[in-house]
Design a protein around this ligand. Sequence first.
Ligand SMILES: *[C@@H]1O[C@H](CO)[C@@H](O)[C@H](O)[C@H]1NC(C)=O
Ligand SMILES: *[C@@H]1O[C@H](CO)[C@@H](O)[C@H](O)[C@H]1NC(C)=O
Ligand SMILES: *[C@@H]1O[C@H](CO)[C@@H](O)[C@H](O)[C@H]1NC(C)=O
Ligand SMILES: *[C@@H]1O[C@H](CO)[C@@H](O)[C@H](O)[C@H]1NC(C)=O
Length: 466
Amino acid sequence: MAFSKILVLCSSITGLTLAATETTSWPLYSPTSAPMFQLSSDSQIAFYLAETIGLSNWAGANTGEVLRIATQVVPNDFESVYEAYYYMAEQLFSVAESVDTTKDPVSAREAYYHAATYYRGADFFLHGNQSDPRLDSLWDQQLDSFNKANALLNIPGERFTVKAHSETVGDYEAIGIFYAAYPDNCRGARPTIMVGGGYDSSQEESYHSTCAQLLSRGVNCVTYEGPGQPTVRRHQNLGFVADWWSAATPVVDYLSTRQDVDMSKLALNGLSFGGILAPIAASRDSRYSAVIAIDGFHSAQDAFGQQFPAELIHLFNTNATAFDNAMNSIVANSTYPSSLRWVIGYGLWAFDTKSPFDWFTRLGEIVMSPEVVRDLHMPVFVAKGQDDLSTLDQPEVAYKMLTTGRANGEALTHWHVFNTSMGAGEHCSLGAESQLWQVTMEWLSDVWGGLSYADNKPAYHGQSRE
Ligand SMILES: *[C@@H]1O[C@H](CO)[C@@H](O)[C@H](O)[C@H]1NC(C)=O
Ligand SMILES: *[C@@H]1O[C@H](CO)[C@@H](O)[C@H](O)[C@H]1NC(C)=O
Ligand SMILES: *[C@@H]1O[C@H](CO)[C@@H](O)[C@H](O)[C@H]1NC(C)=O
Ligand SMILES: *[C@@H]1O[C@H](CO)[C@@H](O)[C@H](O)[C@H]1NC(C)=O
């Protein structure tokens, strides 16, 4: 979910030659006037640091470790981000390995989770070079570390795979992790939320940012990934597909076989770009009783397009080769804003293409279209971060479509702005997930007939069998 504010930084790129501007000519960052305190003057790196430090709220990091990493990263220097995160990952991984888990499983679990987070951080800015072998090796390290932590939970998340089929890429496997709120089906079938990431977030990150919130209320959490998302992209070599229901529907089939899932209380959550993917999936599957779009989205192509210099959009519309050349030169050149370089470089990798023209075209095929909206018959929650400049007016556009483009749309669509004054105004209310889920769960309680949630405190970090 790591889009940052391309808008501000791109406004200084002008002319068909795309001359890069000096860093010093960008608006200077001032901590006191910013919506959120930035840990780097590079807004894209600052955004990612905020994403990482936010995981400290639920055992995915420690604030001191991330603040130290922040001292080591150099603005516009993606390799420095790798080095800073990788050093911390390796340190925490050896701490974890040194712990005798029979004596202190908590310490080992925490250190493994932190290491996994920092291995992901080391990877995050490297995607501009798709041949970089670290894209795979770092991911193996993060998966290994995360799995070791997960195994130390009292109720470990259960990894599963399901057969899927897409019109564009053929047969593949969607993957997921099921986190039961209670052990051994001891409380019977529970409400369940399926959690999907967006353009870049992983299942592993979602455990800390989202699942912990749900489990602590006695709600099962299921993370899943389809084509284009981090592990499926790597292990099956598949980029994003427009028929996203192909990834989500088989997961619902699997859930319907589980005794601990109350299929009458199943919600689908999408974060960021997932705010498009979730409605697409739900338009083809009536088994969801609710859809949650954390930062509602109509079209990522629109959102990015509005933030790219007009010259680039002109090239996109008139000359694919020239567009490819211009975009590729931006990704490779660190004098351009990090936000722009990252969003293109990461997108090319996630869409499994070398052509920016191909990437941007396919981005435009993954939209919350009028047909998707028409076929969404369940309640939909649309959230917006007040100062989320990366999505511009996309939540408003999505909300308008959902209220006017389907039967009973006004009654079925809920809107909420998370405010900057309360620290929740960033993209996806990053780092203020307690506020995000307070509001979302209150709405879901109504959708689910006035449901009261449990106080399943032990689910925080590691569920208890007591
Ligand atoms: C990066 O862009 C700047 C400004 O356009 C240019 O002067 C420089 O030569 C470029 N660097 C490379 C390696 O292409
Ligand atoms: C990309 O990574 C590969 C493998 O490390 C390396 O050989 C190549 O030079 C890199 N390409 C660029 C443009 O840095
Ligand atoms: C498109 O751009 C390429 C690369 O800049 C250029 O060689 C070609 O002549 C352009 N084609 C047209 C029709 O303008
Ligand atoms: C958020 O800010 C808006 C505009 O300033 C205000 O109307 C609204 O009451 C605030 N909401 C919350 C929950 O504070």
